[in-house]
Structure formats: structure tokens, C-alpha cells
Design a protein around this ligand. Structure first.
Ligand SMILES: C[S@@+](CC[C@H](N)C(=O)[O-])C[C@H]1O[C@@H](n2cnc3c(N)ncnc32)[C@H](O)[C@@H]1O
Length: 413
């Protein structure tokens, strides 16, 4: 499904009428419209009012035709649109389909297959409803350089069209009840969520706290990435609740949230993971990084995979990068299918020599399912804070029900 901007319509029209770009800009210049005003339409699916007449006359289209070309059906035409839908479909003919040939994997082992190919090419070879979960961490179109040479500085419409293309294929290969996770900056998550909502059921929008980002002028300081998640159908096949330690001050060990009288009811196995993840840290240290480009942490992938799949399930990640998804998947005994356009040798070596990942995953697992880690418990005891043991011993502190409810609301539990 393509996302068209007004600029796409202009270019498309110019091509069909053999009008050069210079001639097109000259047409608008005669009407006091600058080239930059036309170029700005690359990011817009709406025509600004001051350009309305000139754009309509250049395209030789009515307002209705333009709305349809941009994927909108104006309210007053909706009934008649649905009444005539089969006639409209009958007037359309498909573009020629590309020949789909199979591709050979770059590396495979008992858990998975890695392809050194464009993800869309690989997706085209996979059958429908064949994977239990999709995790995708695509380039964010922020002008970064990757060794794969992918253009990370596309126009809005080119980035979204490419995004919608691989997403639609991922949706096709996802099993009913399977779940897709897409990690991106909020600017793109908004479009991606809108697009996915047309085909799947919204499940979660997770804000992953992002440390050490750069401020942007005239905007709020960006402090999170979005991890959006949708289900194919209406019911998730798998949800394994994840519990993590309570957040405490690393200096004194005191809790960062006020759990008030509710502390006696805290589960010793930890607090339920919410949709704000503040305990995920970027992989920055040269020692822990597998390559010079961005990579996600073992902790993030462990949480996503453990929560949404079971051993033996199949996970697809179209943007391998350093291979974090595949490494964690197989340590957790899940199967995986992966693609990466750039250097796949890094991923292969990582999977062949998993010692560093095993240590990291061990550390992650040690911290899970406890209200306090061993270090936190020692610090709290030293500084006289309550522990699960101490509150169980002290029954005098039981709050009344009203106070309990208030405390639960205040602490967001
Ligand atoms: C943000 S990185 C993924 C990092 C990964 N999650 C990790 O933890 O290492 C995105 C990756 O997608 C790859 N890529 C970009 N376009 C691609 C395409 N069309 N097909 C396959 N890989 C692609 C890039 O080369 C880059 O390594």
C-alpha cells in the first residue's frame, strides 16, 4: 500500500504528460509559487490553501480526484463509494508482478537462517502465516550511514512507502494470534501505528526511555523511543508476564516511587512490567558492542521475546544489524529467520561464539523475578529500608482498604 504526497501527484502527472521538472517549477513560478514551496509538498498529503488553485490547475484534477489519489474518501461521497466499490475494482488492473525466486541463506544453524539480502526480497519468498512474532528495528531515516549503503535520508513519502511495503509483508507472514513489534522514533511510530491499525489489533505502545539523546531546537527534549505492538486477529497466542525489580535509588537504596502502605502487598517476585521501560540502557561501551553502528541490548530483546513467545516459536527480524534478536532468540530456545543487507559476518561470528551474550543474558535473568536484586537488598538492609521479609514480620502496618486503594492509584500499580 503506497502513501502518496501532493508532490508525488505532481511528479506523476509531469511524467505522464512529458513535462520536465524545470518546466513544472516554471509553471508555478509564473503563479508566484517558489520551488521550495513545491518541494515542501514532499512531506504533505494536504494542499496548503495558498497553493490550492495552482496545484489543481496544473494537475487538471478536481478536489475529489485529488482526495481519492491521496487515499481519502470525502465524507459526502462515502456511501456512493461503497455502493460502487465493485465497479471501481473492475476498472483497476494490477501492475506486473515481479518474479519471486528463492534466495540462499548466508548462514544457518539448528535455530535459524540468516539471509544477506534485502528484507523485502526475503519476505517475498516466505509463506503466509508462518512466524509467531516479528521484531523490527529499521533505520530511522535520520541520515545515518550503514555499511549496507542504505539511503537513510529519504523523503517522507519514500521512507513511508518503503516502511509500509516491508510491514505489509511482515503482516502477511505473521500467524493469526502472532504479534509484531516495531521500534522507531515517535515521528514514524505515529504513521506506522496508523498503518498497522488498518490490518491488525493494537496491543501496546511502549515508551523505551532513551538516555543521552541530543536536544532539538523548539521541541521538547526527546527522551524515548516507541516500541509499538499489534496482534494479528483479536487474541494474542502468548503473553508471559514479566516481573522486574522495584526501582530504587542507587546511592541509598530507597524506593523511587512511594509505595506507601501497599508495600506489604508487593510481590516478592517483582513488579509487573509496565508500558514505560526505564531500565533499558543503550549499548555504548566498545567492549559490549558487536559493531560500530547502533545495536539493541540483550535485555530489551529478552523482555520482548520472553513476553510474546514460547520455546520453539519462530521469530522474524528483517533488520539484523549486529544480530541481537537472533542471538537472544536462540539462547531462549526460539527459532528465528533473519535478513541483513550489510555485513552478515559479524552476526555469524556472534552466533558461533555466544559466550559474551550468554553472560549478559545470565545477568538479565538474575535481575528478573525479584523485587530486589542481591545488591539492592544489601543496600536497603544497611540503610534500614523495608524488605519483603521485614514487612511480612511487621503486621501492625496493615493499611485500611481506602488507604490501600489510594496508595495503589498514586503509585500507578
Ligand atoms: C537499526 S539497525 C538494526 C540493529 C539491530 N536491531 C541490532 O540490535 O543490532 C538497522 C539495520 O537494518 C539494515 N537494513 C537497512 N535496510 C535493509 C533492508 N532493506 N533489508 C535488510 N536490512 C536492511 C541496516 O544495514 C542496519 O544494519
Amino acid at each position: 500500500m503506497r502513501f502518496f504526497t501532493v508532490f508525488d501527484l505532481l511528479i506523476n502527472h509531469a511524467k505522464r504528460k512529458n513535462i520536465s521538472l524545470d518546466e513544472m517549477y516554471a509553471y508555478f513560478r509564473q503563479r508566484d509559487i517558489k520551488k521550495t514551496q513545491i518541494e515542501e509538498l514532499q512531506n504533505s498529503a494536504y494542499i496548503p490553501s495558498e497553493l490550492q488553485d495552482s496545484v489543481l490547475s496544473f494537475l487538471n484534477m478536481t478536489e475529489l480526484e485529488i482526495a481519492l489519489a491521496l487515499g481519502r474518501i470525502p465524507e459526502k461521497y462515502q456511501n456512493s463509494f461503497f455502493e460502487n466499490i465493485s465497479r471501481i475494482a473492475g476498472l483497476l488492473s494490477p501492475d506486473e508482478e515481479e518474479n519471486i525466486s528463492s534466495v540462499a541463506p548466508f548462514f544457518e544453524n539448528e535455530y535459524g537462517k540468516l539471509y544477506n539480502e534485502d528484507c523485502i526480497k526475503v519476505l517475498n519468498t516466505l509463506s503466509s502465516n508462518c512466524v509467531d512474532m516479528v521484531f523490527a528495528d529499521p533505520p530511522f531515516n535520520l541520515g545515518k550511514t550503514y555499511d549496507s549503503g542504505v539511503d537513510d535520508n529519504l523523503t517522507t513519502s519514500d521512507y513511508l512507502n518503503w516502511t509500509y511495503q516491508w510491514i505489509d509483508e511482515c503482516v502477511r507472514i505473521l500467524k493469526p494470534g502472532g504479534r509484531i513489534f516495531i521500534y522507531n522514533i515517535p515521528k514514524w511510530c505515529v504513521y506506522i501505528a496508523g498503518h498497522l491499525s488498518k490490518q491488525l489489533t493494537f496491543w501496546d505502545w511502549i515508551a523505551v526511555d532513551m538516555k543521552f539523546s541530543l536536544p532539538i531546537q523548539s521541541r521538547l527534549y526527546p527522551a524515548h523511543y516507541g516500541l509499538i505492538s499489534f496482534i494479528k486477529g483479536t487474541k494474542a497466542n502468548t503473553f508471559n508476564n514479566q516481573r522486574i525489580p522495584m526501582q530504587i535509588c542507587r546511592h541509598c537504596g530507597g524506593e523511587l516511587k512511594d509505595y506507601g502502605g501497599y508495600k506489604a502487598k508487593m510481590n516478592p517476585a517483582g513488579v509487573n512490567v509496565s508500558d514505560v521501560w526505564s531500565d533499558i540502557y543503550p549499548v555504548r561501551h566498545r567492549n559490549s558492542k558487536n559493531r560500530k553502528y547502533n545495536e539493541l541490548s540483550v535485555k530489551l530483546l529478552d523482555r520482548v521475546i520472553s513476553m510474546s513467545t514460547n520455546p520453539g516459536d519462530v521469530i522474524f527480524d528483517p533488520f539484523g544489524g549486529s544480530g541481537t534478536t537472533y542471538a537472544v532468540a536462540q539462547m531462549l530456545k526460539r527459532r528465528w529467520i533473519g535478513t541483513e543487507l550489510g555485513d552478515c559476518e559479524i552476526i555469524k561470528q556472534r552466533l558461533l561464539h555466544p559466550e559474551k551474550d550468554v553472560l549478559q543474558l545470565q545477568k538479565v535473568c538474575e535481575e528478573k523475578n525479584h523485587l530486589f536484586t542481591d545488591d539492592a537488598l544489601a543496600l536497603r538492609k544497611k540503610n534500614g529500608f523495608w524488605t519483603c521479609e521485614s514487612v511480612q514480620r511487621n503486621d501492625n502496618e496493615k493499611p485500611n482498604n481506602e488507604q490501600l486503594t489510594l496508595n495503589m492509584i498514586l503509585s500507578g500499580l
